[in-house]
Structure formats: C-alpha cells, structure tokens
Design a protein around this ligand. Sequence first.
Ligand code: DCP
Ligand code: MG
Length: 433
Amino acid sequence: MSADKVRRIAHLDMDAFYASCELMRYPQLQGLPVVIGGGRRREDTWLPRLLAHDPEGDWRADNLMDRLHEIPLAAFPRLKDYVGRGVITTATYPARQFGIGSAMGLMKAARLCPEAIMLPVDFDRYRQFSRRFKAVILEIAPLMEDRGVDEVYIDFTEVAGGQREGGRVLARLIQKSIFEATGLTCSIGVAPNKLLAKMASEFDKPNGISILHAQDLQTRIWPLPCRKINGIGPKAEARLGEWGITTIGELAAQPRERLMERFGRSYGAWLHDAAWGRDDRPVVTESEPVSMSRETTFERDLHAVQDREALGAIFTRLCEQLAADLQRKGYVGRTIGIKLRYDDFRAVTRDQTVEDFTDKAARIRQVAGQCLKRVDLSRRLRLLGVRVGHLLPRDEAPAPQAGGAESPPPQASLFEGDENDSRGTPTAPPKPH
Ligand code: DCP
Ligand code: MG
C-alpha cells in the first residue's frame, strides 16, 4: 500500500438477490410482495395455471419462455394457496414490510401476507446473474474476493477513484455499471477493513452506499447489537447477554483477558478485536485453493455418546459434501483434518497426512475419523468441520499405486461405534471376567 493511501475495503451485497433475479423476467411483479421458496422451478406448471386464469389467451408451451412478462398477475401462485413445509430463501422489500424474511417458514409467511406471490428457486439463473455482476466489478477493480452468490469484497485502496470521498465515487461507478449490465441493484459499504465494510453495506439497503471511517467506530458501530458482527451468532450473543452485554460498545468495554477466559483464547481475542473494529484480513482473489472444508454449527450442542447417531450422520454428510466439492472443482488432497468447537467455544483441530491423494468421501471419512480419536469427546460440541488440504488439480496428482490405498478397508470410527461397540466383528475372544 502506498504511504499516502488509506486502506479502503468495500463489501458489496446484492439487494433481495434471488427475488431481484426473478423480477427481471417477471417485471409485472415490480413493487409487489414476492417471496422465493418452496421447491425447484417447473416451467410446465405455468400452462395449466395460465389457461385456468386466461382461457382465451393464446398460450403455448413453445413460446411461453419469451412471454413470461405477459403472464397476468392473477395466474401467479400466492402464499395463501401454498400447502406444505419449506422456508423462504428471500423476499422483496415490499414483502419485508409485512415482516417476512429469509429462513422464515412458508406457513408463517402466508399468515403475515397471504397475497404475496410465491416463486420457486432457480439456482442456475441466480448463478448466471452472479457471474455477470462479478465480471462487471472485475473490469473496474481487479482485487475482488468472491464470498458467495451475492456478495464480494473489493480492495479499493489502489484503484482509481477508490480514495475519493472515502470510496464513494468508485462505489457509485460500480453500482451504476452493475445496474446497466444486469438491471440489478446492490448496496456497498466502504470502510478501513472487511469486518466494518460488511456491517456498513447493510446501513443503507437497498441500493445504498455507506462510507465508514475509522473515527466513526464509536458513533456508528458501538450502538449496534453484537449480532451485527459477522462471526457472532445466536449462541455467542446469548452468552454475552448473560453478562449484560448487548451492544458492540459494551463488548468493547470488556477487558480482553476476561473475554479470553470466558470464550477461549482465540475466539475471546477475536471478539475484543472485532468490537474495536480491528481486522487485517486481506482481500483474497481467486487462486488455486490450498484447502477446502465444510463445517456446520449444530442447532443444539451435541454429545459424542448421547448423540452418536446424529453426529455420525452429520459427519458422513460433511465428508460427502466435501468430496463433492473436490470432485466438482477437480481437486484431490492428502491432508485430511477435523475441526471441533466445544460448548465453551474452545476450538481444536487435528489433521493427518496420508500417502494417497483423494477426493472420495469414504477415504476422507476414514482419515477424519482417525483424527477424531485424538481429541477430547467428553464435552458437548457446537460445531464440526472437515477439511482436505495439500490440494492438487486431479490431473497433476500422482496416480494411485496398484493395490494401494484406493480402496481402504472399511473401518468403524467414532460416532458410529468404537472398541466397546458390540456390533463390530471382534478380533479377539472376549476375556473371561
Ligand atoms: N438465502 C437463502 N437462505 C437464507 C438467506 C439467504 O437461500 N437464509 C439466499 C437468498 C438470497 C441470497 O441468498 O437472495 C443472498 O442472501 P442475502 O442475505 O444477501 O439476502 P438478499 O440478497 O435476498 O437480501 P438483502 O437485500 O438483505 O441482501
Ligand atoms: Mg443480498
């Protein structure tokens, strides 16, 4: 970074993303309460609906896709007509005025706004829009970190216009360019680091720009609830609440040592830094991944013995998801590890490096299972993660040796049964008592 430039990091988040992508093809829904959820898209369900509402209309399957914008409002499914479970992925801003939001059950949403229009999810479409808006950003600012389908971090520091008005000039240019290319709006926060930028991007949603300077910490960040910090979830919030801490300012007033005693060294120290707006993580551009991982925080803390079955299923699923990620992206790896977080927020990791490179769920699970045997499982767990490191593109990795580790022997691991488990095949006769 040049001496005369201050660090300016932007966080950009698309507005009501899935819903906005839908509204591009159904512009007649602009300004109405619309929710996205309830299963995958099936275009063929449109025709019977259309004919029921508009029997005289010349609707044909072969040109329906070009005429989506002509579909009359009466033919759209409403929340009140929906029977079934499922949750909302997102809602348009008009729907949010009724109190509807992401992750809400469809039945509850239907009570809040029965007339809201409901559309199914179409991930392929959202991914297309995602690629397009990111391509627009990259043409303007090359240092961009992809954080998922609808958000990115951008390092403004060295980009032309990135320092003018605290970044507002560049933010405006990006916002306008994305709108011209895609028809979609986004909100941008610019701040001295990622942590603050992420919070700032929410300040003025939708279609807003917020500029935050270091000296704004006390006035604009400290009054906010702790939950607004990305990394403080409901459980940490509840534990802070037990101390009477609800705002970020109250968290900042806590001695660092006290937080470390209560939340573990690393999370406690991080909490303190976060409350003081400190974060020096770089903006990481797309590059060869060093590792890939999957982790999940449980709905309630789980115990290795009492909840063995549930944990075993979650563990298997994480390994399968990770293997699928590796296979989809074309990588194999040979360092396999686990991460646990206990109910007291302490985290531990273990890993093991093996001879063979793999992208197979069974092999990952086997080695990760070995790692699990090296940690304390007497405490309840709140998070479990699995990681594969030492990655190589699949075609650059050495071929597995004949008779080698390609087909490892099946092995019972923790969460499924251990040495005391009577289901396993005994290797020695039981000892007489
Ligand atoms: N999403 C989801 N389930 C959730 C939250 C989000 O499927 N519980 C999906 C739908 C969103 C997209 O991810 O459109 C982006 O998430 P955001 O949290 O950024 O929400 P939106 O972009 O929809 O709205 P906002 O304008 O608040 O950013
Ligand atoms: Mg969004």
